[in-house]
Design a protein around this ligand. Sequence first.
Ligand code: ADP
Ligand code: MG
Ligand code: ZN
Length: 476
Amino acid sequence: MSWEVVIGLEVHCQINTRTKAFCGCSTRFGAEPNTQTCPVCLGMPGQLPVLNTVAVDKSILTGLAIGAKINLESRFDRKNYFYPDLPKGYQISQFAVPIVEGGHIDIPGKDGEKRIGVTRIHMEEDAGKSMHEGLEAVSHIDLNRSGVPLMEIVSEPDMRSADEAIAYLKQLHQLVRFLEVSGADMEKGQFRCDANVSVRRPGEPLGTRTELKNMNSFRFIKQAIDYEVMRQIEVIEDGGKVVQESRLWDSVKNESRSMRSKEEAHDYRYFPEPDLPPLRVSQEDVDAIRAGMPELPGQLRRRFETEFGLSPYDADVLSQTRELASWYESLVAAHPADPKRCANWMANELLGRLKEAGKEIENSPVSAESLAGLLDRIADNTISGKIAKDVLDAMMESGASADAIIEERGLKQVSDSGAIDAIIREVMAANPEQVEGYRGGKDKLMGFFVGQVMKASRGQANPGVVNQRLKELLKG
Ligand code: ADP
Ligand code: MG
Ligand code: ZN
């Protein structure tokens, strides 16, 4: 009998505010340790938190984008635990009544889309960072991150494989970036995931879960889940029981290890935060946030298909980020005659070259207007598509315009039949046997002649004219 995998995810996503959740300190990443702190985020006694309303609005926007219910009154609670990077001894979070409840994220699957339920989104503050690297017998604490606002996005246990979990995370990652509620830079820890994993026989109630903590790479998350599924199945098939616990993925050893069991970890003694009043938002505010909602990735993808006739694949590639999508729209605006040609050249040629160069679209050495200039020269037959690829290489190198490169290198396509006739005569003179063969009925030799003429013209002869003139001159 086979096993069914059950996964529920908790994502910690940094809300991209300028200042922290409950004080005016900067959230800028990479500053000298402990330079962005104040009595509030250092946890000094007697300091009162003041809620950052930008973080509230961005949480609401995220809730609306996933079709969730916005609680017009929510509450803050204290989650009590001791850790050196948590100077107050508690984290301000939302426990009993979060700001967002319900909603869903649809992921692509083999048989169409699958809907993954979202349980809740609550606001909370981040803790500081402990630093051990390069230190002996001591750890250092950096409290710049202490008090940075987070959304915790909790899913239902609706995913049935590591691939589904990754698909969900990618959709969510794309969404928060489109909404501009988070930079979601995983390397900077702005989008981190705890994966809850269990296995069961199909039809049985949920099995005991373990929780893989704090992962910030899609690749490691997949590896960690796959490993955990194997481990749990082995434990059960060997007659044992899965213990509910938190585990840490070791990406060097490619295995997870137990961190702490749930029993000891879970007594957080939540209680209402006495220093913050209940969080009230008006329906009018919620409606105004809804009215300002940008186009979402799925809507954009469908619009690219209908408005520009793109294949689902190209539409998907070009709607991955807002930057890509707006670059593509600038390209179409500058070369409106052929949106599909625009998509082809951007998705296949430009993005490929950028990837090789390790660059993002935002710092492409070739601008949308400049690429449009190249496409114009293909459209008006100045150059062939094949030559255009070489021109694009040169544009990537020098940043020069297509016209300048075509001019400088003399790449203009030759359509003049006089010039082409001269090349054909040379080719015929060099290949008398083939000419005889063709005239004797070997029609297939036409391909040979076309190839020779194109080669002799360095690819610049207009293939249509070449074909037509060859037929004429080979007749004899
Ligand atoms: P906690 O706060 O202890 O982590 P929650 O009850 O809030 O616990 O659950 C956290 C996550 O665990 C949710 O995403 C939920 O979907 C998931 N989850 C709960 N039970 C299971 C289970 N048996 N198997 C897999 N995931 C589960
Ligand atoms: Mg959890
Ligand atoms: Zn502060």
